[in-house]
Design a protein around this ligand. Structure first.
Ligand code: GCO
Ligand code: MN
Ligand code: MN
Length: 386
């Protein structure tokens, strides 16, 4: 019942199951697997797809011949396993050239190089079938506000995205762009720190219809925010093009834990939201195994992400069919129609009638709201005693 299948659209980045456990305090603890080996590992655990940064697949200094050989071997692994590539992205953060950002760098040469690298990475993604293109501006930020004008940074980012939208159209790639916000790390502050900030920015682009968001659990939790609310806003705006699932203690450094490892209740409401609204994009796990894991435990990590999602999906189904829960929701949302005359679009008559109406404010303020009861039912459902 909780076995991942292709129709669940579970995907992993090459950099997730391929993470070797390097951190700022320690060296790698696991052997690096090749992209081909990683595709086979993902097939073994039951994933649907694999995503990559250009340089996860093709080293930054590969020759054209080396690139073609790597791509051919990777394609064969995809064909052999049935694993697909739904999303691709550009590494604009690892190389020293990007130490002060890519599209927002103060150096016009770096900005132009970032555009060139992204166009080439879009070519690579398109060649492998990707339809979503993610932009995570990991180094698009500052340590000191003395160094960069944030308005210049916003304008530079807009210019880059407008350029790349036109490239997408000119090549006929049909990509949807998904912007991923993060508040900090690796920079002290990163521009467009939340999904909400990205949504505001998208409306200012030349092709807003082509651009949406890729919200990540950990990134909103680092900022102490309710992730599901950010996802809901994106969804309601028609902008939920992709999603990065993982977990994280609130307000900490970027932990990238297994999905559901920390905040089960938040993960439950997230899965319930995605399933209830019928989100049909990838469920991408942008997480990695603990540094203590060996490769067998990395597989347990990947399987754990997917199983937890499926278990929570089943819990959401139970929530929707639970008579007691549904009766409470009906009670909470009851509407006797007595306000219909005042609601909906404005008219002068409506406004006048509403201004003249007498409300029983005291009675309204005393109405019972069984929210404790309802939430406890959710907790008991999640704890498996319901
Ligand atoms: C992070 C980010 C990245 C991006 C990835 C794809 O915190 O490092 O989440 O993992 O999602 O670069 O753009
Ligand atoms: Mn992240
Ligand atoms: Mn991410």
């Amino acid at each position: 019942m909780y076995t991942p299948k292709p129709e669940h659209k579970f995907t992993f980045g090459l950099w997730t199951v391929g993470n070797v456990g390097r951190d700022p305090f320690g060296a790698p603890v696991r052997e690096g697997l090749s992209p081909v080996q990683l595709v086979h590992l993902l097939a073994e655990v039951g994933a649907y797809g694999v995503n990559f940064h250009d340089n996860d697949l093709v080293p930054i200094d590969a020759t054209p011949a080396e690139r073609d050989k790597i791509v051919a071997e990777f394609k064969k692994a995809l064909d052999d396993t049935g694993i697909v590539v739904p999303m691709a992205t550009t590494n604009l953060f690892y190389d020293p050239v990007f130490r002060d950002g890519a599209f927002t760098s103060n150096d016009p040469k770096v900005r132009a190089y970032a555009l060139q690298k992204t166009m080439r990475a879009m070519d690579l993604g398109a060649e492998l079938g990707a339809k979503v293109y993610v932009f995570w501006g990991g180094r698009e930020g500052v340590e000191s506000d003395a160094t960069k004008n944030p308005v210049d940074a916003i304008k530079r980012m807009r210019e880059a995205l407008n350029f790349l939208c036109e490239y997408n159209l000119a090549q006929g790639y049909g990509y949807k762009f998904a912007l991923e916000a993060k508040p900090n790390e690796p920079r002290s502050d990163i521009y467009f720190p939340t999904t909400g900030a990205m949504l505001g920015f998208i409306a200012t682009l030349d092709h807003p219809e082509m651009v949406g968001v890729n919200p990540e659990v950990a990134h909103e939790h680092m900022a102490g925010l309710n992730f599901m609310h950010a996802v809901a806003q994106a969804w309601e705006a028609g902008k939920l093009f992709h999603i990065d699932l993982n977990d994280q203690k609130f307000n900490r450094y970027d932990q990238d834990f297994r999905f559901g490892a920390e905040n089960i209740k938040a993960a439950f409401f997230l899965v319930k939201f995605l399933e209830d609204v019928g989100y049909d994009g990838s469920r991408h796990f942008d997480a990695h195994a603990y540094r203590t894991s060996d490769i067998e435990d990395v597989k347990a990590f990947a399987l754990g992400c997917m199983r937890t999602y499926l278990i929570l999906k089943e819990k959401a189904r139970q929530f929707n069919e639970d008579e007691e829960i549904q009766a409470l929701l009906a009670e909470i949302n009851a509407d006797d129609g007595s306000m219909d005359a005042f609601t909906g679009p404005y008219t002068a008559d409506k406004a006048a009638a509403l201004k003249a109406y007498t409300f029983d404010r005291t009675a309204m303020g005393k109405r019972g709201l069984p929210y404790e009861k309802l939430d406890q039912l959710v907790v008991e459902l999640l704890l498996g005693v319901r």
